[in-house]
Design a protein around this ligand. Structure first.
Ligand code: NI
Ligand code: MN
Length: 226
């Protein structure tokens, strides 16, 4: 399975049956400013919550690609009111069988509002179970003990976890999360974009290896095969 990292929490996941783009914040990301988004053509755009560092490019990419926006009901309704034709609203605890596999919307402990201040529902994470891989994108969240429920229900191949601290978990909590999630592979996200979430890469790697966790710290624009 191929991944492309676009910075902050944005990953493009290419599955055999669909290309999924999660939390697009690309064209105004201070680390990758002015990156052209017109050649990003997903089938689905998943949004974990309404904050601009997760949704900034969703509308433009949805218009270009006719991708279906999947998010909580409040967020999909907000995009519908802007004329986005294809959306799929969900809520926490619900799962749905999409052509690419089963997607479950799970809890996140965070806030959510739209860039214009509209109510953005509750922040969420996603578990995606496919014939290729099963993985968890935590969105923005603190560490919480119910991550164990995700680890019990799913056999995760890896988890996208925030590590930048300040707005979300930091590395120590992310490593504890991996143990509740019962996975040994973390793909780091939500780091370095702003000064308050800069991380010490070497220190993070050291902490991960002490806990026998395979910590992947992706570079923007990098393609990864997982
Ligand atoms: Ni946020
Ligand atoms: Mn964020």
């Amino acid at each position: 399975m191929e991944l492309v990292y676009y910075g902050q929490s944005c990953f493009q996941v290419s599955l055999s049956k669909a290309v999924i783009l999660i939390d697009p914040f690309i064209s105004t990301n201070p680390l990758s400013k002015n990156r052209d988004i017109s050649n990003i053509n997903p089938d689905y755009i998943l949004l974990t919550h309404g904050h601009g560092d997760h949704t900034y490019d969703a509308e433009a990419i949805a218009r270009n690609s006719n991708a279906t926006i999947i998010s909580n009901y409040e967020i999909t309704t907000w995009y519908e009111s802007k004329g986005i034709g294809s959306t799929h609203g969900m809520n926490i605890g619900g799962s749905y069988h999409f052509p690419f596999g089963r997607l479950k919307m799970v809890n996140a402990i965070h806030s959510s509002s739209m860039p214009d201040g509209s109510y953005g529902g509750n922040a969420a994470g996603y578990v995606i179970e496919t014939s290729e891989k099963t993985f968890y994108h935590a969105g923005d969240t603190s560490f919480f003990s119910d991550m164990k429920l995700i680890g019990d229900e799913f056999d995760l191949d890896f988890a996208f976890l925030p590590v930048g601290d300040n707005f979300t978990m930091g590395i120590d909590d992310a490593l504890n999360a991996a143990s509740l999630l019962n996975t040994t592979t973390i793909i780091a996200m939500h780091f370095d974009t702003f000064p308050v979430i800069e991380i010490d890469h070497a220190a993070c790697r050291e902490k991960a290896s002490a806990k026998k966790i395979d910590l992947i710290i992706p570079k923007i624009g990098e393609s990864l095969t997982v």
